[in-house]
Write a protein that binds this ligand. Structure first.
Ligand code: VG1
Ligand code: CO
Length: 544
């Protein structure tokens, strides 16, 4: 069938952020807005003829509408083959898995992660490359450049394709395979972990678990893997049906937003193990009975126990963490005698290290952990990793974490977010910090001496690209650290993130309260940045 070339005018705001282009649904609903970005992506790829794509999303409002448009544009641009998750559903890690398994040229993932969904919520789109990972900055820059000069886009005149039935279809000469959203991913998990050992653990009367899918994409994945394949009791997975508006919730797995799970895990009838995932399935929160594991500690603990998991039993090649993530994993890397890498925020920076086998495990403080099995962070993978460790060690989550601190010391850690600040005020905070950088080193505050102060710049050891201005770091003698950066995923004003970390190896202090332990550093972080003066905010919106 024929296609049409539609004349369009460029939008100036299509610069991808930390993880693709995220905007209000109403912005995407403007005439030609989505089409422009998709064509800019195809233009950045170059010749699309004969190439293949994976397409899927987290099921939020506008997912299917967007997929129909993308399918018609892919056909008109000459793609020959597309795999789509049934009903348009693919979690972000599942999309990465499928791109790799079917050796697709790339993929388009529709998600705004944990941001609220629905007609008044957010939507997002990003392009992943053939390794299954988010496009590197060179490509996202090229997409943005194309979006600024775009004059037309191509779209086929065909009717919509039904996405609910598994099987093969055709659209303007392009083959569309509607695939089961879950099975490829679930099969991959079986090759990584000891499913028999986990099955035995889940069957024990003394063990109990709860997984909160938060009405978002992981419901079907968690039910298939935990309840069907591993035999966890029915009902282990709660809020397991993905809804287009995520039940008007905020599927961000942290102590603030995962209210239902947190209430149960911090009660007198708490299960032994609790976990949650986010809107698109790439984040995870790990809880024990009355116990919270910080994501930074989780990465360090997974690394230290990796030999208990079949896929990693022969050792890790290295560990990579994003810059603001605590330095707990570095201590494990040092003990294991393997490389430790520090990258800017965002999973796209791990891709090269994973491809070159310079890192096996990666993690971010923002509840993201993953490995070389795919090229996205992976929520359920982290949950299965913890289950595998619990099964192998027959100990509680709290005991495993405290033993880890006994061995390595503890990196007390917190992140304070100030959301929806007017952009100008957030810029003032960052500028004020930037202005102080040249004179901070050597100064002493409350007995802490600044050993370095800079705006983080990353030199990729594989492709030699440089990414600068990735966040302000103020480091003190002894390893304490304050980091400031502005979020690249928000859709309203600016979000200032302040990351605070202090190392402790005094065994008597390992179980102290985090906010109290860090109180004077938190105060110093506020005063150095003049947060109250510039923004009028006296408390953060979210503390994790
Ligand atoms: C945040 C997190 C970052 C994460 C990104 C995407 O970015 O801090 O670590 O990679 O979200 O995660 P920012 O720029 O807002 O700090 V997801 O689960 O939203 O795709
Ligand atoms: Co996410």
């Amino acid at each position: 069938m024929a296609h049409t070339t539609v004349t369009t005018t460029a939008f100036t705001d299509q610069k991808p952020g930390t993880s693709g282009l995220r905007k209000k649904v109403t912005v995407f609903q403007q005439a030609n807005y989505l089409e422009n970005f998709v064509q800019a992506t195809f233009n950045a790829i170059g010749d699309c003829v004969g190439k293949s794509l994976v397409i899927g999303g987290d099921g939020r409002f506008y997912n299917q509408t967007a997929i129909q448009i993308i399918l018609k544009m892919a056909a008109a641009n000459g793609f020959s083959q597309v795999w789509v998750g049934q009903n348009g559903i693919l979690s972000t890690p599942a999309a990465s898995c499928v791109i790799r398994k079917y050796q697709a040229f790339g993929g388009i993932i529709l998600s705004a992660s944990h941001n609220p969904a629905g007609q008044d919520g957010d939507f997002g789109i990003k392009f992943n490359t053939s390794n299954g990972g988010p496009a590197p900055e060179s490509i996202t820059e090229a997409i943005f450049e194309n979006s600024l000069t775009i004059k037309d886009y191509k779209i086929s005149n065909d009717a919509d394709i039904a996405l609910d039935e598994i099987g093969s279809k055709e659209l303007s000469g392009m083959t569309i395979d509607i695939i089961d959203s879950v099975s490829d991913y679930a099969d991959l998990m079986e090759t990584i972990f000891d499913f028999n050992q986990i099955q035995d653990l889940l069957a024990k009367d003394s063990f109990s678990m709860r997984f909160d899918a938060m009405h978002a994409v992981t419901g079907p994945y968690a039910k298939e893997i935990l309840e069907n394949r591993l035999g966890a009791e029915k009902g282990t997975v709660i809020n397991g049906i993905p809804l287009p508006d995520f039940a008007k919730g905020h599927p961000d797995p942290n102590l603030t937003y995962a209210e239902e799970l947190v209430a149960e895990m911090f009660s007198d009838h708490a299960p032994v193990f609790g976990a949650a995932s986010d809107g698109d399935g790439d984040r995870n929160m790990i809880l024990g009975a009355n116990f919270f594991v910080t994501p930074s500690d989780s990465l360090a603990i997974l690394a230290a126990n990796a030999d208990l998991v079949p896929a990693y039993k022969d050792g890790l090649s290295g560990i990579a963490r994003s810059m603001p993530t605590s330095q707990a994993a570095d201590r494990v890397a040092e003990k294991l005698g393997i490389e430790a890498h520090e990258t800017p925020t965002g999973w796209k920076f791990f891709g090269n290290l994973l491809d070159a086998d310079r890192a096996t495990l990666c993690g971010e403080e923002s509840f993201g952990t993953g490995s070389n099995h795919i090229r996205e962070k992976d929520g359920l993978w982290a949950v299965l990793f913890w289950l595998n460790i619990l099964a192998a060690r027959s100990q509680s989550v709290a005991d495993i974490v405290s033993q880890h601190w006994q061995t390595f010391g503890r990196n007390f850690y917190t992140r304070h977010d100030y959301e929806a600040i007017p952009n100008a005020e957030a810029e003032q905070v960052m500028q004020h910090l930037e202005d102080q950088l040249p004179t901070l080193t050597g100064k002493t505050f409350n007995g802490r001496t600044v050993s370095y102060a800079d705006n983080f710049s990353y030199h990729d050891p594989i492709d030699n690209s440089v990414s600068s201005q990735q966040g302000i770091r103020i480091g003190f003698d002894g390893g304490d650290r304050i980091v400031y950066r502005l979020s690249g995923t928000g859709t309203e004003g600016a979000t200032l993130r302040v990351y605070i970390e202090s190392y402790e190896d005094d065994k008597a202090k390992l179980l102290d309260d985090t906010q109290q332990t860090l109180a004077d550093l938190i105060e110093l972080a506020d005063s150095l940045a003049k947060i109250v003066d510039f923004t009028g905010r006296t408390t953060p919106t979210v503390i994790t």
